[in-house]
Structure formats: structure tokens, C-alpha cells
Write a new protein. Structure first.
Length: 208
């Protein structure tokens, strides 16, 4: 089962059983006060945000919590394209640093890379660092990529390679001085017409 449908599927039961649990409070209390007055209001708000694909920290944090339950139960595995795990291992063995920057929270990123459909499943030992919109900033802003590069001053900014399926994120990384490529995969949104020819574009990590 895919991650987003799974989160929505178990949300009602989770709210019902965990609403008053102190360990759940940090996820619930991160939501704006008007949505914390009832389980129903919070559930409707979550569904609305997910329907609109809103990337906001308190939603990503709750999704990570829900996915953790799915991983623990064996209901979820993070699906990777066939070229990804092998290429990550090759880069890691070559001494390259692999850094993840995602709109999903850092805890959610770590869960995803710990429970993949690769063999072995756990790819977290290959990752050197993790960034999200909380510790780096929004992905379409140049400053976010500067923040990431500044966290690793041993690597000149011009030696970074940022990969994304979003051309505006690629533009922001380039503006910060990084190398960057658009990754076009099956199921991705159609790219703007000006992207092809303007930005480097790959369809597989084997092309790097």
C-alpha cells in the first residue's frame, strides 16, 4: 500500500486511540488550535491538506508518525526505482557523500530509507546527512541550498550535485552555485515546456 493512502486509512483509528496519549501530543499540538478541538476537525484538515498536496511541517510530522506504524507492522515498504539502491551503494563506496533534502520531515526520510524494497532493505548507512524544510528551508528558495552547503564546508558548493523532479528546485540549487539536474521518472508531473534544453535532464541514476 502506498504511503499517502495508508496514512489516510489509519488516521481515524489512530486519532480515536491516541488522542489523549501523551506521546501523541507533540503531533496533535503542532496543528493550529482551531483544528485541535476535535478528532473530526483534525481529520478533515489533514485530508484537505493532503488533497491539495500542501507541504507543511506539522502535516509531514504526523505523516511520519503514521508511516512509522505501517513500517513497524510490515505494511509499508518504500518503493525505489531499480537503479537507485545500487547507485547509492556505488557512490558511497567511492567516498562520495549522499545527502537527502526533502519536503518530508527528517524522521520520515529516515523511516523511508530504513524500510525500502531493496536488498538489504536499510539504506540509512549510506546517507551522510538529512535536510527538510525545517532545518534547511523551502525547496524553491536559493537560501535553502546555501544553508545545506554551509553545513558541509569541506565540500565546495560547485561540487554539489542536486537531483530533483521539480525544475524550480533545480533552478534554486543552480542559483546557489550547485550543479543540478532534473530527474524525469514515470508517474512524475509533466515538465514545463521550457525545461527540456534549458536544464540537464536524466531518466535514471545510471546516466550520472
Amino acid at each position: 500500500m502506498e504511503h499517502f493512502p495508508y496514512a489516510l486509512k489509519i488516521l481515524p483509528e489512530t486519532l480515536e486511540t491516541q488522542w489523549d496519549n501523551p506521546s501523541f501530543a507533540k503531533y496533535k499540538d503542532a496543528f493550529p488550535p482551531e483544528y485541535r478541538t476535535s478528532k473530526g476537525k483534525l481529520a478533515v484538515h489533514v485530508r484537505d491538506l493532503m488533497d491539495k498536496d500542501v507541504k507543511i511541517a506539522y502535516l509531514k510530522s504526523l505523516q511520519g508518525y503514521l508511516w512509522e506504524k505501517g513500517y513497524a507492522a510490515g505494511h509499508l515498504k518504500a518503493p525505489l526505482f531499480p537503479d537507485v539502491a545500487e547507485k547509492l551503494r556505488t557512490w558511497h563506496q567511492s567516498g562520495l557523500k549522499i545527502v537527502i533534502y526533502s519536503s518530508g520531515s527528517v524522521p520520515a526520510q529516515k523511516l523511508l530509507f530504513k524500510h525500502t524494497n531493496a536488498e538489504p532493505s536499510d539504506l540509512t548507512p549510506l546517507i551522510s546527512d538529512w535536510f527538510d524544510t525545517v532545518n534547511a528551508g523551502f525547496k524553491q528558495e536559493r537560501k535553502s541550498y546555501q544553508t545545506i552547503a554551509e553545513a558541509h564546508p569541506e565540500i565546495p558548493v560547485g561540487e554539489w550535485l542536486f537531483l530533483s523532479d521539480n525544475a524550480m528546485e533545480v533552478d534554486a540549487a543552480v542559483a546557489a552555485g550547485m550543479q543540478s539536474m532534473v530527474v524525469q521518472r514515470p508517474g512524475n508531473q509533466e515538465l514545463p515546456t521550457d525545461v527540456r534544453g534549458r536544464l540537464p535532464l536524466i531518466e535514471s541514476f545510471t546516466q550520472i
